[in-house]
Write a protein that binds this ligand. Sequence first.
Ligand SMILES: NC(=O)c1ccc[n+]([C@@H]2O[C@H](COP(=O)([O-])OP(=O)(O)OC[C@H]3O[C@@H](n4cnc5c(N)ncnc54)[C@H](O)[C@@H]3O)[C@@H](O)[C@H]2O)c1
Length: 438
Amino acid sequence: MNLDELIKNRKAKVAIVGLGYVGLPTAVALAKAGYRVFGIDIKKERVNMTNRGKSYISDVSSEDLKKSIKSKKLRAFHNHLPLKNSDIILICVPTPLDKNKIPDISYILNTAKEIGKYLHKNQLIILESSTYPGTTKEIILPILQKSGFRVGKDFFLAYSPERIDPGNKDYALEDIARVVGGITKKCTQLTAQFYQSFIRAEVFSVSSSDVAEMTKNLENTFRLVNISMINELALLCGKMGIDIWEVITAAKTKPYGFTPFYPSPKVSGHCIPLDPFYLSYKAKEYNFGVRFIELAGEINEQMPHYVMAKVIWVLNLKAKPVRDSKVLIWGVSYKKDIEDTRGSAAYDIIADLIRKGAKVDYFDPYIPKFKVKHRILKKSAVLKSIKYSPKILKNYDLVLILTDHSGFDYDKLAKKSKLIVDTRNAIKSRKYKNIYRL
Ligand SMILES: NC(=O)c1ccc[n+]([C@@H]2O[C@H](COP(=O)([O-])OP(=O)(O)OC[C@H]3O[C@@H](n4cnc5c(N)ncnc54)[C@H](O)[C@@H]3O)[C@@H](O)[C@H]2O)c1
């Protein structure tokens, strides 16, 4: 059978390289759709948990994962051998920045080399990781071509960005439209056909992998720039004594031409604050500076310092120095209702509070343990989430809300706490006098 038929009959065997926030939900969605799926990860723990049907990603229920494992549709591996027997390979590996904000594409390179070892005719390879325009064509294609196989004839290669929004219950992976762009027309057509076979939403084909990569960069740059812009206005509103949250609520009554973005202690996670810097890096090849991205990044990096300044100011109102103050951090994951802490403002803020001599506890129902390793600390600090009950709030001089996890009575939090700095507008009522917002 050729690939068209294998996809049509769901007989194609699909390998997913990287079983993280993107790879694991995709593996389960494909298994549900009837495909046989080989999940591959270099983290043994993730492989073992997957095979035991124990989910480590909050968007995937253990029940669904177990079903996929029990039906023998999904199996995870700690090596790349299944690539050999796969018809379709999805690359879902990390694309971080190094400490100098330079793209680290080593995970993509290593994966491409592994695929190169097992490449055979009639295979479709799709990159899903977020990256700069040109990665599929300039980085992956030459590695695969070393086999002597011809792209678009012997094997097929495309880019399709994952747009998953962890913690968002309104959009399952299958309900998010896909953009696909291949190296050749045939690559695009097969990729579109593949996604259409398990995605309920639209599959939108573009003219090249470069366009598909740039589309993802545009989406994430749009968010980073706008969130940074609203954060800058939040700082100004703070100085002017204007409630930015009320301003946004009012502005969004406009029926067109306005999209609401909300202040936060820092844009974090593995996508929005990173991908734009992939584009910024690539732009330098063209002697082009993407100033909006650089400016947005600068504002974003300053946000935790601003939050610290607010904490110091609020404690000062009650004649309290930071030293020896008891501070409870409410939420350390980078956004609500997920267990992902990558890049979270909590790292910077907890490190700074510890350095200034505060006694810091935190509460996060998703994160039992939080390790703060920060260059401003002499040694790393490992904190354990406290067990929350409203009674314990009286033990703290200040509660700092960094993440507004759902399912908590924020009015009670407001009533029982001495002071609160709320960076997320978790406390909606304006009647409390002990609340200070971003
Ligand atoms: N998390 C998100 O919200 C999100 C959304 C859209 C796109 N993305 C993009 O998707 C990509 C993956 O993100 P993620 O959040 O799933 O990352 P993740 O770190 O949760 O998962 C990636 C997995 O890949 C594994 N891995 C790394 N190298 C490997 C190799 N050579 N072979 C096998 N496994 C390997 C890692 O061990 C890890 O488990 C990134 O490019 C990210 O920017 C992420």
